[in-house]
Design a protein around this ligand. Structure first.
Ligand code: CMC
Length: 433
């Protein structure tokens, strides 16, 4: 696989030169294979935040951050968002190819028939406070799935891995919708097999037992598209968390719960909630310059939420589609003049012209517009990150399966640059002054 070498010179008096293989990818940067570095030199590499580190080999998702390109199994995100459906994208991510009609029908049926939760899980919800953040409920309930589905926790059995994967994708909308229902004190709504994945989720979220609920097809399509746009994103923080948790042999439900916990942070999946809070705090177009000024101030911790990305140094391709979807949904709902949208557009306009954001290549990311659509659809802000987790589950699962099947897989165990005390002797409390 290696076509060239990179030579590292260690200036430790002996001027040792160590050749490291350079492994090429299909597209994108090659990597220097440093696996033998420690054995041969006694040195570790140092890369906090992994800004220059490829943690694994993967065939699932490719991102070119400079060009603003996102491919799933080679297919551009724009084509998938426009022409595919979330469940088809799930199949693609998990199995590597687009399904035939027969394969898709079977997959859809398999997922649909796993959407119900063990009834005992409904009592588990009742242990939470009503005002619990739904992400806290998600971490708890998804982690608890391993206590309910013992027959799909043996990670060495490919069939059990597949059943666990289907269960997670299928049950996540039910778990998410119930987290919401619990918080508003409404009865849980059970899944309906005649509805599509997105329709079913909207139904479980917004229906009540006392009247008929008809899913708005424009909203179902927008929901499905939002799911597609969040389905996978290479080795981001939560995906790396899932892989690291899984590398110890932990069961898939525990690993996905770990991913959800990582996603919750405002620098990651929590940003969509933070964007809305920020727009509400800004309040009016007149105050935009004040907040732009704060975002640029090194002594102020405030950041423009929904801007910037570790990988994209260009417009996030998902944000472009989200922006268009946002306009479509607001039109369909007749709320075109939504003040927050106007505010968001003005913020985006000013930031894209400001030298600070231009020089640092800080463009709107996927979270910038998603919150506005979700709010217009009726989701409370606290559910935004939950929707991200719901959609990202397939990416986590696909990456987890890929890791388990990788013959080079071993437990993830980074090392460190130790800068603490050297060895010293314990002083008994009475002698410590
Ligand atoms: N507002 C103001 N300044 C920013 C912002 C921002 N949103 N993002 C980055 N910067 C500045 C940062 O201060 C730094 O400046 P300097 O070089 O002078 O110190 C420079 O840009 C590079 O930032 P960084 O923090 O070193 O970059 P990073 O790759 O570690 O962080 C990020 C990426 C997404 C965490 C960051 O851009 C950020 O906090 N954005 C706001 C939160 C957000 O929208 N997150 C959603 C990411 S997309 C969805 C997902 O993947 O979950």
């Amino acid at each position: 696989m290696s076509s060239s070498n990179a030579t590292i010179t260690v200036n430790d008096g002996n001027n040792r030169q160590v050749a490291m293989p350079v492994l090429p990818g299909t597209i994108g940067p090659s990597v220097v294979d440093v696996r033998k570095l420690y054995n041969e030199t006694g040195l570790f590499t140092y890369d906090p935040g992994f800004t220059s580190t490829a943690s694994c080999e993967s065939k699932i998702t490719y991102i070119d951050g400079d060009q603003g390109v996102l491919l799933h199994r080679g297919y551009p995100i724009e084509q998938l968002a426009e022409q595919s459906t979330f469940l088809e994208v799930c199949y693609l991510l998990m199995k590597g190819e687009l399904p035939s009609k027969a394969e898709f029908d079977k997959f859809q049926k398999d997922i649909t028939y796993h959407t119900m939760l063990h009834e005992q899980i409904s009592f588990f919800y009742r242990g939470f406070r009503r005002d619990a953040h739904p992400m806290a409920v998600m971490v708890g309930v998804v982690g608890a799935l391993s206590a309910f589905y013992h027959d799909s926790t043996n990670i060495d059995d490919p069939h059990q891995r597949m059943i666990a994967s289907y269960r997670l994708i299928a049950k996540m909308p039910t778990i998410a919708a119930w987290a919401y229902k619990y918080s508003v004190g409404q009865p849980f709504i059970y899944p309906q097999n005649h509805l599509s994945y997105a329709e079913n989720f909207l139904h479980m979220m917004f229906a009540v037992p006392c009247e008929a609920y008809k899913v708005n097809p424009v909203l179902a399509r927008a929901m499905d598209r939002i799911f597609i746009l969040h389905a996978d994103h290479e080795q981001n923080a939560s995906t790396s968390t899932v892989r690291l948790a899984g590398s110890s042999g932990a069961n898939p439900f525990a690993c996905i719960a770990a991913g959800i916990a990582c996603l919750w942070g405002p620098a990651h999946g929590g940003a969509n909630e933070a964007v809305l809070k920020m727009l509400e705090e800004i309040g009016s177009v007149e105050r935009v310059p004040e907040f732009i000024k704060r975002a640029k101030d090194k002594n102020d911790t405030f950041r423009l939420m929904g801007f910037g990305h570790r990988v994209y140094k260009n417009y996030d391709p998902r944000a472009k589609i989200m922006r268009q979807s946002c306009h479509e949904v607001l039109d369909a709902l007749g709320v075109r003049n939504e003040p927050l949208l106007k505010l968001a557009m003005e913020l985006e306009r000013i930031a894209l012209e400001d030298p600070y954001f231009v020089e640092k290549k800080l463009y709107p990311n996927v979270d910038f517009y998603s919150g506005i659509i979700l709010r217009a659809m009726g989701f409370p802000t606290s559910m935004f990150t939950v929707l991200f987790a719901l959609a990202r589950t397939v990416g986590w699962i696909a990456q987890w399966n890929e890791m388990i099947e990788d013959p080079a897989q071993k437990i993830g165990r980074p090392r460190q640059l130790y800068t603490g005390h050297d060895k010293r002797d314990y002083v008994p409390l009475a002698k410590r002054g």
